[in-house]
Ligand binder design. Structure first.
Ligand code: NAP
Length: 418
């Protein structure tokens, strides 16, 4: 089927969910029916109609938005949706539970795809099952186009591109600092975390994927010098002060390593990449790092126990579809800094990139990151040597995504570190 025969440029699949609504609202606010042939997808015609009415209400550009109905548990409906669009972007999660049939349908239909997943076990599943077929067919399956892992992956690309341009050498070490992140968490995100813990409890291959720092690298390239996530409070090797483990490090670090591998190791086979949360200097910094590391360790321990996990989901976590309040999202903001250190002809150098926005990182910002990733795929506005495969934001799209995000209010800078 040629792209010209497809009625839609883009289907937002999961438009009735918490994140999906935000993506739909963002795209209809930012684009017009003339510039983007958009459809909203989901399983409930009534809920879809209500979202379509909400996002067009008061809009000068959109009278209505078409909707497409299917169900993640009915692959035939997903194949129809995949055949109707050039690109599908999806927020239907947990991806571990609902994601695979849509990837399958997109690979079969030759439809480009992007999502918000941070579920490492599931990314590995699609790598193993679909990378080769998608690469051969020239279909781009781009995972992790939200807060995990755009700031880390694209921030690393900014740093490494600068190092290669200015010093003719890549950074051997990249350290990602979540300097600031203020926002909420949705029921869907917590359900996805629970799905990863559940999969790990049941399957030793999943446990191995979560253990091996190189588990998202191509087959045959799944080892190296990088020791993997920091698990304890530590004095930072590059900045003065203390750092704690970051909850997103398990996905972000692996995504960066996959980008490096897919691009043919332009950042070196010995790249060491880590993501942490800085907590400040002196005793306060040490105490802060201990508290964060302890809290994360406790959360991991609790979520690893099946009945406790189920009880938390039933009685404590917000339900799927629920998320942070308007007010929480309005006051959200984040800054991620990526510091790279390398050795060039003139000795060692340090490069720093900063990526951030005055938006809730997981929702307002993630909706824009995913929406603009999808637009890059629709318009083929990418800087990538890869025509297809199971890819990452940096390897599939690259720096054009930074330009688009800057144009909608993100901060993205790079230069020599002071
Ligand atoms: N990386 C990031 O920055 C980031 C940020 C936010 C969210 N996320 C991820 O995005 C995903 C969604 O989060 P969320 O908070 O939006 O979750 P949510 O509100 O629970 O939304 C889930 C969506 O999936 C749909 N769905 C569930 N079962 C389905 C089925 N059988 N067929 C079709 N659709 C089905 C739901 O439809 P109904 O409305 O009909 O129930 C809803 O639209 C999660 O995996 C989360 O971790 C990532």
């Amino acid at each position: 089927m040629s792209d010209d025969d497809r009625p839609y440029d883009l289907v937002v699949w999961g438009a009735t969910g918490f994140a999906g609504r935000l993506v739909a609202a963002y795209l209809t606010d930012q684009y017009t029916p003339e510039s983007l042939s958009l459809a909203l997808g989901g399983r409930s015609p009534d809920r879809l109609a209500s979202v379509a009415a909400d996002v067009t209400d008061g809009s000068e550009a959109w009278d209505d938005v078409p909707t497409v109905v299917g169900d993640a548990t009915e692959p035939r409906t997903l194949r129809e949706i995949a055949r109707s669009a050039r690109v599908v972007c999806t927020t239907v999660g947990p991806y571990t539970k609902y994601g695979t049939p849509l990837v399958d349908a997109c690979v079969e239909a030759g439809t480009d795809y992007c999502d918000l997943t941070g579920e490492v076990n599931w990314i590995r599943e699609t790598v193993d099952r679909y990378h080769e077929a998608a690469a051969e067919a020239g279909t781009r399956i781009v995972h992790s186009c939200g807060f995990d892992s755009v700031p880390a992956d694209i921030g690393t690309l900014l740093v490494q591109s600068f190092a290669l341009d200015e010093h003719d050498a890549p950074c051997e070490t990249v350290r990602i600092y979540v300097d600031d992140a203020s926002g909420g968490v949705s029921g869907g995100t917590l359900a996805s975390m629970a799905a990863v813990f559940g999969a790990a409890a049941e399957d030793s291959n999943v446990r191995e994927t979560l253990r091996n720092p190189y588990s998202l690298a191509p087959a045959g390239e799944r080892d190296g010098v990088d020791p993997g996530e920091q698990r304890l409070p530590r004095r930072d090797p590059l900045r003065s002060g203390w750092t704690a483990p970051s909850p997103m490090a398990p996905v972000n670090e692996r995504v960066v390593r996959r980008s490096n591998a897919l691009l043919g190791y332009p950042w070196g086979r010995e790249l060491r990449c880590s993501e942490v949360i800085p907590t400040g200097r002196g005793l306060t910094g040490a105490a802060g790092a201990t508290l964060v590391a302890g809290g994360l360790g406790l959360f991991t321990a609790v979520m690893s126990v099946g009945p406790v996990r189920a009880a938390l989901q039933r009685h404590v976590f917000p339900d799927p579809g629920e998320g942070p309040s308007e007010e929480q999202m309005e006051h959200g903001h984040f800054t991620v800094s990526v510091v790279g250190r390398g050795t060039g002809g003139d000795g060692t150098f340090t490069v720093e990139a900063e990526f951030g926005a005055d938006l809730d990182p997981g929702y307002g910002a993630a909706a824009r990151m995913l929406g603009e990733s999808a637009i890059c795929l629709v318009r083929d506005d990418v800087d990538s040597p890869l025509g297809g495969g199971v890819l990452t934001p940096a390897s599939a799209i690259g720096l054009p995504l930074v330009d688009r995000l800057r144009a909608v209010g993100f901060r993205a800078t790079v230069g020599e570190a002071e």
